[in-house]
Design a protein around this ligand. Structure first.
Ligand code: PRX
Length: 641
């Protein structure tokens, strides 16, 4: 497989960018031509950001799994599509060829059909990082069911909320998942999530950890049994097949929940054709992928990075994607480097938080590992600091691998601003330049465009790209108010950004009430709601503060009036509550008990002040004269933990 749309030189990048600005429709049509369509589109793009409505390749029909699997069978059937590295290095690696992937995905499609799943039905997937997770995702896509993958670290309550919001009727899960030296009891979490749920008809359980679980008659089924039955149906006379459902270009492909600054997480919806074109185009260009290379994205498939750069992007490009079940520090902090050595990884795509954490273990874990197969390093999920960038460049890439610092979001479907490895220059801590089709602009608080270079502002995008969010599931108005109403006719990212003297972009972090903890997005309102559920808590306010490893830590100010107020015990109890309501990833790093919160006379919490205190900038609090009770600030400063 070659990629006619792969940009090879800086000049070609500028040419492609110019074309994408001058004639986006012609530009994207020429790229979309390189995919398999049942029927070509009638119109490349129809859009307005007021509703918002964005339709790419309308009238076109296709199935993304034919693009990710079937089209590679003739030429790459026996090449590895997935390499699976287990949590325990002593367990056997699994190599899944395109032929094998095809067979398994057809089986899942058949199994789901047998169970009554139809096009448009929502299937929730809550599994560990096993190849069956990829089969499940693609099996859904093959029959047009809408998958909604939930990260294994979310609690029963979070799952229950998502199931309800998505009105999901089917679940695919595992008995448990291995992560380092822990077993996560996934099925039992699902059982808790299903208490009171009346919509879910079937729960399919894949056996991974052999943790004892309870199976509910009529509802719960074993993956192995159902797949075996399906195998006989899809295999006839030595041929495997299950027809891929022709999908409209704008049919939904998946829902993925993500946190915003208000309320419960929202279900970001991506549609088939635009997402496919965008993830493939960005994968091939940003990483400069060459067929045969092993691409190792360390994200969990429960997040957008895993969807786009473990599953859809690499497979659509006919690539080899490495899926790792475990964590970077188990059995020791050399695990990533062992995997690179063992599988001759060419591209490593990871998060700054992982780099910072591994840096802390020193170079002993790196020194005897052969990392010479590496060609490209990637960073994603949060701003990378200079120290981590240099460490990564020097010690992992040995100063010969470009680092792509890729800025994007769940809502953007794929990478938006990044250098193209070895083609456009990298610059430490800068995401650098927008991809063709991406038109960033910076605006001030009032929405006025900030032009020129060496400026900072709020980052917006002014023209749709194929991977843009289409709606928030079940609530289009929420999509409009969240992303398209702050600044008219612009998509607002929620990020602050600097443009340097050469026009390179550097994302400085969220400007809304969204935290980025170890690259995980968490809304302050969500954490506050969880804390407030704890009996005895009157009110709370949550802010972020700089954290050496996690990027941002969670700082909670809590007014507690419950009985038996033994501070440390109460802290533990509150952490438990947050774990139960959201999941362990949202547990505050610091809890400070206070008797009041700084509020304006209209009752609004002044987070700006709380942020300064959490950041240790108590000498620089600013004007507090408009507060209802300015004395409270002094008291909070004195009580800082
Ligand atoms: O603040 C930005 C940060 O992560 C946010 C998006 O989070 P999520 O939807 O979970 O997607 C993460 C993976 C794509 C953004 O609004 N972010 C992501 N990548 C970068 C980044 N911040 C700085 N530099 C990046 N490369």
């Amino acid at each position: 497989m070659t990629y006619p749309y792969q940009i090879k030189t800086l000049q070609q990048y500028h040419g492609a960018y110019k074309l994408s600005e001058e004639n986006p429709e012609a530009f994207w049509a020429s790229i979309a031509d390189h995919f398999i369509w049942h029927k070509k589109w009638d119109k490349v793009l129809d859009w307005n950001f007021t509703e918002p409505k964005v339709e790419w390749f309308k009238g076109g029909q296709l199935n993304i799994t034919e693009n990710c699997i079937d089209r590679h069978l003739a030429t790459r059937g026996e090449e590895p599509a997935l390499i699976w590295e287990p949590n325990n290095p002593e367990e056997r690696t699994r190599v899944i060829t395109y032929n094998r992937l095809h067979k398994r995905v057809c089986q899942v499609a058949q199994m789901l059909t047998n169970l009554g799943v139809k096009k448009g039905d929502r299937v929730c997937i809550y599994m560990g990082m096993v190849p069956e997770l990829t089969y499940a995702i693609l099996g859904c896509a093959r029959i047009g069911a809408v998958h909604s993958v939930i990260f294994g670290g979310f609690s029963a309550q979070s799952i229950a909320d998502r199931l309800e919001d998505a009105k999901a009727e089917y679940i695919i899960t595992c008995d448990g998942a291995y992560r380092g030296n822990k077993d996560i009891p996934l099925k039992s979490v699902i059982d808790d999530a299903l208490i009171g749920n009346k919509l879910v008809k079937k729960v399919i359980v894949y056996t991974r950890t052999r943790t004892p679980i309870s199976m509910i008659k009529g509802r719960d089924l074993w993956w192995e049994d159902e797949m075996e039955h399906a195998e006989q149906q899809v295999e006839k006379e030595g041929k495997v097949s299950f027809p891929a459902m022709p999908m409209e270009a704008e049919d939904p492909l998946f829902i993925l929940y993500t946190s915003g600054s208000t309320g419960k997480p929202k279900g970001v919806v991506h549609t088939v054709a635009g997402y496919m074109v965008w993830t493939t185009y960005t994968f091939v260009n940003v990483f400069q992928y060459q067929p045969g290379q092993v691409h190792f994205c360390t994200a969990d498939i429960g997040w957008i990075t895993g969807h786009s750069y473990i599953v859809y992007g690499p497979l659509s490009a006919g690539g080899t994607s490495l899926m790792f079940e475990g964590i970077p520090t188990w059995p020791d902090a050399g695990r990533f480097w062992d995997i690179i050595d063992k599988h001759k990884v060419a591209i490593l795509y990871t998060a700054p938080t992982a780099i910072r954490s591994l840096m802390g273990f020193g170079l002993d874990y790196v020194k005897d590992k052969d990392l010479s197969s590496l060609k490209v390093l990637g960073s994603v999920g949060e701003p990378i600091n200079e120290e981590a960038w240099q460490w990564y460049f020097k010690n992992i890439g040995k100063e010969r691998c470009p680092i792509v610092d890729t800025w994007w979001q769940t809502e953007t479907g794929g990478i938006m601003i990044s250098n193209l490895a070895g083609v456009t220059p990298h610059k430490p801590v800068y995401a650098t330049l927008p991809l063709p089709g991406v038109h960033p602009i910076l605006v001030d608080e009032n929405g006025n465009e900030i032009t020129g270079n060496s400026v900072s502002g709020n980052l917006c995008i002014k023209h749709p790209w194929p991977g843009i969010i289409r709606t928030t599931y079940g609530d289009h108005e929420r999509c409009r108010t969240n992303y398209f109403s702050t600044y008219p006719n612009l998509y607002f990212t929620g990020d602050g950004c600097r443009r340097d003297e050469e026009g390179n972009y550097r994302i400085t972090g969220r400007v809304d009430d969204v935290l980025n903890v170890s690259g995980h997005r968490i809304g302050t309102a969500e954490v506050e709601n969880a804390i407030n559920m704890h009996s005895g808590v009157v009110e709370s306010a949550v802010v972020g503060y700089p954290h050496d490893i996690k990027g941002q830590g969670i700082y909670a100010y809590v007014i507690y009036e419950g009985s038996h107020h033994e501070e440390n015990l109460t802290r533990q109890d509150i952490l438990q509550t947050v774990s139960r309501i959201i999941g362990p990833i949202a547990k505050p790093d610091k809890i400070q008990f206070v008797t009041g919160l700084p509020k304006t006379r209209s009752g609004k919490i002044m987070r700006r002040i709380l942020r300064k205190i959490a950041e240790g900038e108590t000498g620089n609090i600013g004007d507090i004269s408009t507060l209802l009770d300015p004395n409270v600030v002094e008291e909070i400063i004195n009580g800082v933990i």
